[in-house]
Design a protein around this ligand. Structure first.
Ligand SMILES: Nc1ncnc2c1ncn2[C@@H]1O[C@H](COP(=O)(O)OP(=O)(O)OP(=O)(O)O)[C@@H](O)[C@H]1O
Ligand SMILES: [Mg+2]
Length: 412
């Protein structure tokens, strides 16, 4: 201020004084507006910095909690087996042994019921939280979400079997009233059996494609687990999920992995497989007949399956999927050559006659091999010669015993 005063000469007379004061007032007013403007700017800056600060603080908190989480040890998964009182619960940890444990204050005792899955603190094994779902992720993985592309039309020579499957699997799901009217219970399950490569899995894939029901698919060996009772639990959860999502179809491929005849076995692994099988038998008995869960099993070793699985009431219908006959082979060949450029002179019936004893998978491989021969010799189309060469190639391998023989020995 004192600086700005010096710029002005000292007032002498009244008029000078007046002008002097006027100028002073204008200068001061200008200065005032300037300072106000600065203040406004500074306040805006301050607000901006404050929001910035809040944001950074939030970020710090988030990162801190993430560090916390990273530092905390993993939780053990267990299953509640018994509730003794409000503060003591018996649990079985996933590793096997059972413990009497307490629970965290955040856990609602109401939710703790035998069978509930929960997470446990690693050291005290106190229950930290109850897991929302009873299903293992593995069981969810069994649900077929993206239907396979195979249709009934892609199956050759199995018209009777397709019809039988449609009748016993699809019809009860689509038109339960038909069965009610006649007063019979629809079959619960069908078992497909036959030599390898004859289209059992293919048939199930087609059912999954054509049906509107939920389709759950499991391979028998997936049900064989490391720890006692885990396989049985998987089976139970599989059926529970199927019931929850009904109408549904459960397809158990290669069922001999768990369905093999129960013998006097001594290894604990065998006993665990048997427990899993027993759970499967119990589940198959468990649901109501007109319930909306159907089962399809597939195996190529029906001879070693447990008799209990085969009795009516479990797998009511046992459908043989045999090696294709001439007509069957012809229609399989037609399906697999459908997209190929074949020489018009080819008579597929002749090829079918020359492939006695071959299964669907062989025929598919033969057509593919013929295509490869055509590519190799730079033909535009697949010729009769290519097909004959492909048959020749595969028969050679069969005779040398590259493919056969091993299966029987393995199970002996
Ligand atoms: N009847 C058939 N019609 C058309 N293709 C077939 C037929 N049978 C088999 N195939 C062909 O062979 C392939 C293998 O068949 P699939 O997987 O169904 O055999 P599988 O009977 O389940 O054998 P495994 O007992 O060894 O499991 C199919 O993907 C299909 O391409
Ligand atoms: Mg199969």
């Amino acid at each position: 201020m004192s600086d700005s005063l010096k710029n002005f000469p000292e007032p002498q007379k009244g008029e000078d004084l007046y002008r002097y004061l006027l100028e002073r007032v204008t200068t001061l007013e200008d200065r005032n507006t300037e300072i106000r403007e600065q203040l406004r700017q500074l306040e805006a800056d301050k607000r901006y910095l404050e929001t910035q600060k809040v944001r950074y603080e939030r970020e710090v908190r988030k990162l801190k909690s993430e560090i916390e989480q990273m530092k905390s040890p993993p939780l053990v998964i267990g299953t509640v087996t018994d509730v003794i009182d409000a503060s003591r619960v018996v649990i079985r940890s996933s590793a096997g042994p059972r413990f009497l444990v307490g629970l965290s204050q955040n856990v609602d005792i109401e939710q703790i019921k035998p069978g509930a899955r929960c997470t446990l603190n690693q050291q005290s094994l106190a229950i930290v939280e109850i897991l929302p779902s009873n299903f293992d992720a593995q069981v969810y993985g069994m649900e077929v979400v993206d239907a396979p592309t195979e249709r009934y039309d892609d199956i050759g020579g199995l018209e009777r079997q397709v019809l039988e499957i449609q009748e016993s699997v699809e019809l009860p799901l689509k038109k339960p009233e038909l069965f009610k009217r006649i007063g019979i219970e629809p079959p619960k399950g069908v078992l497909l059996y036959g030599p390898p490569g004859t289209g059992k899995t293919l048939l199930a894939k087609a059912v999954a494609h054509e049906t509107e029901a939920h389709f759950l698919r499991v391979v028998g060996s997936e049900l064989v687990q490391k720890y006692i009772g885990e396989g049985a639990r998987l089976v139970r959860e599989l059926f529970e999920l199927a019931k929850k999502k009904s109408p549904s179809i459960i397809f158990i491929d290669e069922i001999d992995a768990i369905g093999a005849s129960r013998t006097e076995s001594n290894t604990s692994g065998d006993r665990e497989v048997h427990r899993t099988l027993m759970q499967l038998l119990a589940e198959m008995d468990g649901f109501g007949n007109r319930g909306d869960v159907r089962i399809i099993g597939a195996t190529n070793r029906i001879d070693i399956l447990d008799k209990a699985l085969l009795r009516p009431g479990r797998f009511d219908r046992i459908i043989e999927i045999p090696l294709p006959d001439v007509e069957g082979r012809l229609s399989i060949l037609k399906i697999h050559t459908g997209g190929m450029h074949l020489d018009p002179s080819i008579d597929l019936r002749e090829i079918a006659q020359k492939t006695e004893g071959r299964n669907g998978a062989d025929l598919r491989a033969i057509t593919m091999e013929a295509g490869m021969f055509a590519i190799r010799s730079d033909h535009e189309t697949v010729t009769r010669d290519d097909l004959l060469k492909a048959i020749e190639k595969f028969s050679g391998e069969l005779e040398r015993g590259t493919f056969s023989g091993a299966a029987g020995a393995m199970f002996a």
